[in-house]
Design a protein around this ligand. Structure first.
Ligand code: GLU
Length: 442
């Protein structure tokens, strides 16, 4: 079993691409298969090394590991061989119409109420006519001759599928400048590199009809196919307009955890509940094509934010230790266990490290109350000191409930919300607590 993820390095990877990569990865791992990363860089103009490096960086960061790597730009000779094979079989034929001529044909067909399918006029050209056209300076583009039959396959997601190739134009495989369009290199690679399962978005369903005919012409066989519904925005709109903000690079820059993204993408549009999962390996066992629905899956960036918090709440210290150190706020396992339930992003840990071991500006609204509390702070604070301290402040000041707790929290932490005060109080310690309640920066 061998799958491939085949991004084109013509832009940044976004959540839609990663969903395709992840489905391939999970299905591959269930079946102990091989995951090929294929860089579809046949478009020399739009492909860049920078985008390609971005693909590696994103996949590595997400923990989607590939077993082998191929570049379409290095496989031209293999495509040339396939081209010659199809020509020899009479399945690839040269056409000389210009874009304007084709457009005119389509307009005439449409006005006559006919479907705008290529009329195969080029198949009628004699050798002399072709020579004449070429002498005029015309260059051929090449079309694959479809059978006109119904192509059937059993899709892993969609079940029985039929594409009637008589309702399609013969696809152009080679442009007049000799460049291969996506279809031929993709099929040739899937054949040559032994891809057993082609898993991708349903925007490729119609292509699959023509591709299966090319597969069979080249190899006499075909892989399995699975096409899952595309991602749409939370209101059902296409994602294309917001792709910048949905790029993996920008989410990484925003401090999103990779597993928050993967936890969501693995479950969106499936019958499973979406929940934070700690490792990609834990997603493998729950993956099943049968769980994928037919409706488009709605992607809401707020779900990533929610999962990110959930994930941090269940993450153990050992898993974040080095990241905390990088952020300059590794204050140990107790610190982590106390604050993790209050984090939205891991960088929020810096705020709490500051509260505990740095200096903050206390927030004091009632100085008289705060001074009274300062005088009651014991010299030695332990995790069970808080309740006795609060009781003594209550007795002294007459304040209760929110009027008692909130001013203490604001003075001691500078924050209106946060972890359990009895734990935080102990970590802050007596000296800082006294200073902050007295209105001093500490
Ligand atoms: N490079 C193609 C794309 O990004 C690959 C499609 C496929 O999986 O066949 O759309």
């Amino acid at each position: 079993m061998k799958v491939r993820f085949a991004p084109s390095p013509t832009g940044k990877l976004h959540v839609g691409n990663i969903r395709v990569a992840l489905m391939n990865y999970l299905y591959c791992k269930i079946n102990k298969g091989h995951f090929l990363l294929r860089i579809d860089d046949t478009d020399f103009v739009r492909s860049t090394k920078e985008f390609e490096n971005g693909i590696y960086a994103d996949l590595e960061w997400l923990g989607i590991k590939w077993d082998s790597l191929e570049h379409q730009s290095k496989r031209g000779e293999i495509y040339d061989k396939a081209r010659d094979d199809l020509i020899a079989k009479g399945l690839l034929y040269p056409c000389y119409e210009t874009a304007e001529e084709l457009d005119k044909k389509r307009k005439i067909q449409t006005s006559l109420g006919k479907p705008p399918i290529y009329d195969r006029a080029a198949l009628q050209l004699t050798a002399e006519e072709k020579t004449k056209l070429e002498a005029e300076g015309r260059k051929a583009h090449w079309r694959f001759k479809l059978s006109g039959n119904r192509v059937l396959w059993n899709d892993l997601v969609r079940g029985e599928q039929t594409v009637d190739t008589s309702s399609m134009s013969d696809p152009v495989l080679i442009r007049e400048d000799g460049a291969y369009l996506y279809t031929l290199p993709s099929v040739v690679d899937d054949v040559e590199l032994g891809i057993s399962h082609v898993i991708r978005g349903e925007d490729h369903v119609t292509n699959t009809g023509a591709q299966i005919e090319i597969f069979e012409a080249l190899s006499g066989t075909r892989p399995e196919f699975g096409h899952f519904p595309l991602l749409v925005g939370k209101d059902g709109e296409g994602l294309s307009k917001r792709l910048g903000s949905l790029s993996i690079e920008s989410m990484r820059g925003d401090g999103v955890e990779p597993m928050a993204i993967l936890s969501l993408l693995a479950k969106l549009g499936t019958s499973d509940a979406v929940e934070a999962v700690l490792s990609i390996d834990d997603l493998i066992g729950t993956f099943d094509f049968a769980k994928i629905g037919r409706a488009p899956a709605r992607f809401n960036p707020e779900d990533v934010t929610r999962l990110n918090s959930q994930l941090l709440h269940i993450t153990e210290y050992d898993a974040v230790k080095s990241h905390l150190a990088e952020l300059g706020c590794d204050l140990g396992v107790d610190f982590w266990n106390i604050i993790r339930g209050n984090l939205h992003k891991i960088s929020d840990a810096k705020i709490w490290a500051q509260v505990i071991s740095g200096e903050i500006e206390p927030v004091i609204e009632d100085a008289e109350f705060a001074n009274a509390a300062a005088a009651l702070v014991p010299d030695d604070i332990k995790s069970d000191t808080w309740s006795g301290f609060v009781a003594s402040v209550k007795e002294k000041t007459g304040k209760t409930g929110k009027n008692l707790f909130m001013p203490l929290r604001l003075a001691l932490t500078g924050q209106a919300h946060g972890p359990d005060m009895s734990q935080i109080f102990a970590l802050i310690g007596s000296d800082k607590a006294k200073k902050r309640l007295s209105g001093n920066k500490a």
